[in-house]
Design a protein. Structure first.
Length: 287
């Protein structure tokens, strides 16, 4: 195991005291250390939002993009340097709202990256309006009469679209989050972890206690490779219980690198040497 201090930075943290993001940040560092992923081997990519500040607070390669647009650069980075461990981090609004289209199509490509969604069921950076996962009828600082649209079910959506690894975790249980994160990093293909992360400032409903009273972890009797059972399990959310752990995984599914004729043969694109004569061969194909 590597020293956790390797991943520390001196940047001032702008998160609210008690924010669930802190334990997610700690979990990323611990998972990387236990897997012996050096800072230079780790790539953190984000969009805009409170959760998207995560790359600022960990010593690793980083790219901070546009709101909802973290997945396109993350995919590009992985395509040109397949040896990097790429983790995308952002909130539920960033990932499922503004970034919903990219979320869908990265699942189709099955690019070998991990996406962590800090799901606090609210827009925290922009002062508390309802997000794609806010419950129907929940009152917010912007929706005084309650949210009038049904919430998105990201777990069920990801499974239905063919995601090869779908998990849920709770930021209030860092040890289990670390184990799920390590499994996601080791998985070949796209891995989604929807992390229930309380916003202590703008969401007074989905608090740490609210989640602790409802979240339960799947035991060894549960088979995450059973897609039909996983889809049924994905429908559970609320007072009856919220399942956490690896909800679904498909082992051996070809990744984007496996399927793409340019990427599947040879090493990383960034390491390939190109000569002028290589361009001549391409030009001749169009003659």
């Amino acid at each position: 195991m590597l020293d956790l201090k390797l991943y520390n930075t001196n940047d001032e943290n702008a998160w609210c005291p008690g924010c669930g993001n802190f334990s997610i940040l700690d979990a990323i560092k611990k998972a990387a250390a236990e897997l012996e992923i050096k800072p230079e081997q780790l790539m953190m990519v984000s969009g805009i939002g409170q959760a998207a500040k995560t790359p600022h607070y960990i010593r690793a390669n980083g790219f901070n993009g546009l709101h909802g647009r973290a997945l396109p650069p993350a995919q590009a980075i992985k395509m040109v340097n397949k040896d990097l461990k790429v983790i995308v981090t952002g909130g539920d609004g960033d990932a499922y709202g503004e970034g919903g289209n990219h979320f869908l199509h990265n699942i189709r490509r099955n690019v070998d990256i991990v996406q962590l969604v800090h799901d606090n069921q609210i827009y925290g950076l922009t002062k508390g309006q309802g997000s794609p996962t806010t419950a129907l009828g929940q009152k917010t600082s912007m929706q005084f009469e309650g949210v009038h649209v049904y919430p998105l079910n990201p777990i069920a959506l990801a499974i239905s679209l063919g995601a090869s690894f779908v998990a849920r975790a709770f930021s209030g249980d860092k040890d289990r989050l670390v184990e799920i994160l390590k499994e996601a990093i080791n998985h070949r293909g796209y891995a989604l972890i929807d992390i229930l992360q309380p916003c202590v400032t703008f969401n007074k409903v989905n608090t740490f206690k609210w989640y602790k009273d409802r979240v339960y972890y799947l035991d060894e009797s549960y088979d995450p490779t059973d897609k039909a059972a996983a889809f049924i399990k994905a429908q559970e959310f609320g007072d009856e219980g919220i399942p956490a752990g690896v909800i679904y995984k498909e082992l051996g599914k070809p990744t984007y690198h496996d399927m793409h004729p340019v990427l599947k043969d040879g090493g990383a694109l960034v390491d390939r040497v190109w000569e002028p004569k290589d361009a001549e061969k391409l030009i001749e194909e169009f003659m």
